[in-house]
Structures are given as structure tokens and as C-alpha cells.
Ligand binder design. Structure first.
Ligand code: NAD
Length: 556
């Protein structure tokens, strides 16, 4: 199909949709895959705000502007297998000579020299049209909708239940703020893990999206009605979720006054961005939008104070019995800047619950059926259940995901897999494509939140055993390893999850197209990527990771 016809069918801003089926538009699946995944990230079923190319996570974009999207499409439609496309903060900036097993796209998003790495400089450069916030999987074209964080959130809430309630979560109340692209996974994850859930979002449209996609059970604008529902569910020990429209600080205040102390309390508002993400207490959405424009300094100051108040109440609730943990949005840092000096007195979810998984090279492995046919995901789910019959948690997860997860955009699946498992899964998928058991190639990727791909001292690398939290050599090594290994596209970003200045991280996507070439790349990439996680944690002194060096024969 020629370029103009392609744009007409799939990319008329702001209506984007990935092609489906097994007919190529580009020259090979190695370029068709990034093309489809970019468009899938922008599909209105998937993205939070396609008109602004925003996919999730506050202002996390897939491309700089509509013109950049068109130019990326034009290039990918004709790119040869001896060339690679360069993307600088969502804009195509060049084509280099490479080779058939090299990545077809090389992406760098939101990076700033360390002494300039703050929101002020970033926003100044962004206003000039020079840079874009790529979050983690928005600018690296491997976002799969709210499911992308679902299993991680489920693992986190379940681990919290094991640690603090001996696994008995029925009738326990979990409260959190933020029901956006990622935060919207919380209600379903919480109910899958056995809790009753109350989520608060200031934007009713966000909650409505969760209702439409089956992630939340009920929505209300009334605090009284929300509490009536919650009390009923708790009494009956029903695992149900309620979304309440409101500011999280107001609602926490009301809960405190009514002496309702949540069993578990966390937050997933877009706190990583005090100007373009978090909504300060006391402002409607419209007032917030106006103040952002008229006085960004005042807005930021109100946001910081509001976050400080929010954590003040969370700490009081903790004293009165709530289990409180940070859920990866840097709320503590900005609350500290807003005047709450004890903001860091509770820990983040990685040191609390997730690090032992990182020591096994485990992390959020995901895949997407380029055919667009949900049956392909059912076939891959089945293949993994047969390949890993001893992994009971995985079986339970895949069985319940098949029933409970509605797809957004191209059908996709996520599950946490580790060393050996990822490589095995990749080869199985490649064979399914080769044998024609699935309708088209399978795209395999992961979040940048992974065992060896990120430096983020307030999140993934918080409280490392050797104090190496802020050292970002590791994500750079990860990027280089995946580039040498022959991922189909690779990315290096700054600021994902926690905001500009607070993290650096690498992404990779590799396509199983059924060829020998793909098998060779998959074997390298899906070995190197989790191995980096084990090396990183062994080097920091974690016993389990050191043992895994021997177990997986990673000695050097
Ligand atoms: P999003 O921008 O899609 O949604 C944020 C939501 O918070 C919006 O719906 C907004 O209306 C709401 N909100 C903002 N301020 C509020 C307030 N004061 N009270 C109530 N609601 C408020 O972002 P997202 O993709 O859902 O991500 C949420 C946060 O989590 C971000 O900071 C992101 O960086 C971080 N994140 C964490 C993880 C993780 O693994 N823990 C993964 C990805 C992203």
C-alpha cells in the first residue's frame, strides 16, 4: 500500500489504528512490527489522549507531533534491512547503515545532561518543541493498555497480603488515588488479590474508561454512596471495587474524619509531574488547566503542598494501623519538597515486595499478536501453560487473565518471567509463527521497569544493599547488550515513572517472525536481558542473585 493510502486508512490524526492480519505494508516484519506498535500505542482504545499523542503516565507520548508520526510511518514503510531509523524524543532524525540482525529502530527519549535534568529545563525545551516525555513504554512503542501493569500490581498487592495479613485479604480495604492508564489496573488487581477496593480519581472520564474496559466494578460521584458500597462489600467479604470521583486528599481527609482506616493505603496519581500531572487539592480540572497556563509556578507550589498534605494523612493512617507503601510515582519526593519531612518514612513497593523477583531475573515480559486475532493470544497462553506446568502462579495468572482481561487495541498478554523462561517462551512463540499456528508474527517486549534495565533511586533501585541506587551504568549496559543481541528496536529514556531527574532506563522489543534470523536474535536478547538483572543484583550483594549466577551458569 502506498504512503498516502496508508495514512488515510490508519493514521488520520487523531484517529490511529494498527493494521491487522498477515499482509505486510512495510518490507519485512522487522519494520512492520514497530509500525503497527506505534499506531497501536496511539489507538484510542489504548492511549489516554490520542489527540495529544499521550499514551499514559501524565504526558507520556508516543511521538513528538503528528508530523513526526507521519514521517516515521513513511520511513518504516520503505526501510531496508541494512538500515536503522534514529528517533530523538519522538522525532525521526536520520537513517544509519547497519545490518540484518541489528535493531531497525534506535530510540532516545527525554534525555538531558545530569546538571540540567529537572522539570524546569525539560518544560522549557519541550515548549520550544525540542524534546518529548516518553515515559517508559509510551515513547518506546510497547504499551499494551492497562493490562501492562496488571500482573505487577496483582503480584504487589498479593505479596502485601502475604506479608501483612497471612494471605487473608478478604474483607480488607485497599485505598488508592489515581485511576489513569496504569493506576486503572489497581481495582482489578486488588479484587483478583482478594481485597475490597476504593479508588479515587479527580477526572470522572478516567474512571469511566476503567468501567468500559472492565477494570472497575462501580463508579460514583458521592462519598456517602461509595462508603455504603464499600461497607456492604467488606461485610459480605465481596471482592469488589468502587471508583469515586474526587481529589484523593479530600477523600483521605473524609475517611480520617469518619475514622475509616484502610488496611492498605497507596497512591498512583501522576505525582511524578507536579505541573502537568498531579491535581492539587481545591482545584477542579478546569481550574487546574487554567492555572497551569497562567501561573505554572503557583501551580507547582500548590501541587507540592497538596502532596505534602496527602502524605501527612497517609502517615497518620499508618500510625493508626494502615499498611502504607509507595507505588512508584515519586509522591514521597515531591511531598518532601512540599514540606513533609517524614515523607520517606515508608518504603516503596520494590524493596517491600518485588526485589526478590528481580534477583531471579524476573520482570514484566509481554507479547502482542500482530494478527489482531485474540485466538493467537489464547494459543500462546496455552503454549506457556504446557511449557511451564510446575509454575503454579503463572498457570493461575494465565487462566484468570483469559477470563478477566479485556484487550485494548491489538490483543496482548503480560506475565512475569525470568532467566531461561523468557528465552524458552521466545523460541516457542517463534515456532508457533513458523508452523503457521498463529496468524502473524508475535512482538515480544517488556516494561522498562525490569530487573536490569533501570536506575531509579526512589523506585526500582531504592535502598540497594550496596548503596548503588543512583548508578545508571546498568541501564546503559542493558541498552548495549540488547543492541548487540539484535532486538528489533531498543530505547533509552529518562524520567519514566518518577519524573525528570529521577530515573534512567532502557527498553527492548524483539519480534518473533518465525525465521532463523529471529530465532538467533531471540536467543541472544532473551538471555542477555534477564542476565543483566541477575548480574546487577549479584553485584549489589543479594545472596539469591549470587546463587543464581551459579544456577544459570552465568559465571564470568
Ligand atoms: P495517568 O496520567 O494516566 O493517570 C493519573 C491519574 O491521576 C489521572 O487519572 C488523574 O486524573 C489522577 N489524579 C491526579 N491528581 C489527582 C489527585 N490529586 N486526586 C485524585 N486523582 C488525581 O498516569 P498513569 O499511567 O496511571 O500513572 C500513574 C503514576 O504511576 C505516574 O506517576 C506514573 O509515572 C507511575 N507509574 C508507576 C508504575 C509502577 O509500576 N508502579 C508504572 C507506570 C507508571
Amino acid at each position: 500500500m502506498d504512503y498516502s493510502e496508508f495514512i488515510k486508512q490508519f493514521a488520520q490524526h487523531p484517529s490511529y489504528r494498527s493494521p491487522r492480519g498477515n499482509e505486510l505494508n512495510a518490507r519485512s516484519w522487522q519494520t512492520e512490527a514497530p509500525l503497527r506498535m506505534l499506531l497501536n500505542n496511539l489507538d484510542s482504545e489504548v492511549a489516554e489522549n490520542p489527540a495529544e499523542l499521550i499514551v499514559y503516565g501524565g504526558t507520556g507520548q508516543a511521538a513528538r507531533d503528528p508530523e513526526s508520526v507521519r514521517r516515521i510511518i513513511r520511513t518504516l514503510l520503505t526501510l531496508e534491512e541494512t538500515r536503522s531509523l534514529l528517533i530523538q524524543s519522538g522525532k525521526p532524525v536520520g537513517i544509519i547503515r547497519s545490518h540484518a540482525q541489528a535493531p531497525r529502530v534506535l530510540i532516545a527519549n527525554s534525555n538531558l545532561v545530569p546538571a540540567w535534568a529537572d522539570w524546569e529545563n525539560f518544560n522549557r525545551l519541550r515548549k520550544k518543541g525540542l524534546i518529548m516525555f516518553g515515559q517508559m513504554t509510551a515513547g518506546s512503542w510497547i504499551y499494551i493498555g492497562t493490562q501492562g501493569i496488571l500482573q505487577g500490581t496483582y503480584e504487589t498487592f498479593a505479596a502485601c497480603g502475604e506479608k501483612y495479613f497471612n494471605g487473608n485479604t478478604h474483607g480488607k480495604l485497599l485505598v488508592s488515588g489515581g485511576l489513569g492508564g496504569m493506576g486503572g489496573a489497581q481495582p482489578l488487581a486488588a479484587t483478583m488479590a482478594g481485597y475490597t477496593f476504593l479508588g479515587v480519581d479527580v477526572d470522572r472520564e478516567r474512571i469511566r474508561k476503567r468501567l468500559q474496559t472492565g477494570y472497575i466494578d462501580r463508579m460514583t460521584e458521592s462519598y456517602e454512596e461509595a462508603m455504603k458500597l464499600i461497607n456492604h462489600y467488606r461485610e459480605k467479604r465481596e471482592t469488589r471495587s468502587v471508583g469515586l470521583v474526587g481529589n484523593i486528599v479530600d477523600v483521605l481527609d473524609m475517611l480520617r474524619k469518619d475514622n475509616i482506616i484502610p488496611d492498605v493505603l497507596t497512591d498512583q496519581t501522576s505525582a511524578h509531574d507536579p505541573l502537568n500531572g498531579y491535581i492539587p487539592q481545591g482545584l477542579t480540572l478546569q481550574q487546574a488547566a487554567d492555572l497551569r497556563k497562567s501561573s505554572p509556578t503557583e501551580y507547582r507550589s500548590l501541587a507540592l503542598k497538596s502532596m505534602a498534605r496527602q502524605i501527612g494523612i497517609m502517615l497518620e493512617m499508618r500510625k493508626r494501623g494502615s499498611v502504607v507503601f509507595d507505588y512508584g510515582n515519586n509522591l514521597r519526593e515531591f511531598a518532601r519538597q512540599g514540606g513533609e519531612k517524614d515523607a520517606f518514612s515508608y518504603r516503596g513497593f520494590v524493596p517491600e515486595f518485588i526485589r526478590p523477583l528481580f534477583c531471579q531475573g524476573k520482570g514484566p515480559f509481554r507479547w502482542v499478536a500482530l494478527s489482531g486475532n485474540p485466538e493467537d493470544i489464547r494459543i500462546t497462553d496455552q503454549a506457556l501453560m504446557e511449557a511451564f506446568p510446575q509454575n503454579k502462579n503463572l498457570l493461575k495468572w494465565l487462566e484468570s487473565a483469559e477470563v478477566k482481561v479485556r484487550y485494548q487495541g491489538l490483543p496482548a498478554r503480560i506475565c512475569w518471567l525470568g532467566m531461561d523462561e523468557r528465552e524458552k517462551a521466545g523460541i516457542i512463540f517463534n515456532d508457533l509463527v513458523k508452523l503457521g499456528k498463529v496468524g502473524a508474527p508475535i512482538v515480544i517486549g517488556r516494561d522498562h521497569l525490569d530487573c536490569g534495565s533501570v536506575a531509579s533511586p526512589n523506585r526500582e533501585t531504592e535502598a540497594m544493599a550496596d548503596g548503588s541506587d543512583a548508578i545508571s551504568d546498568w541501564p546503559l549496559l542493558n541498552l548495549m547488550a540488547n543492541t548487540c543481541g539484535g532486538a528489533t528496536w531498543v530505547s533509552f529514556h529518562h524520567g519514566g515513572g518518577v519524573g525528570i531527574g529521577y530515573s534512567q532506563h532502557a527498553g527492548m522489543v524483539v519480534v518473533a517472525d518465525g525465521t532463523q534470523r529471529a530465532a538467533a536474535c531471540l536467543k541472544r536478547v532473551l538471555y542477555n536481558d534477564p542476565a543483566l538483572g541477575i548480574y546487577r543484583h549479584a553485584d549489589a550483594g543479594y545472596r539469591e542473585a549470587v546463587d543464581n549466577i551459579d544456577f544459570f551458569n552465568l559465571n564470568y
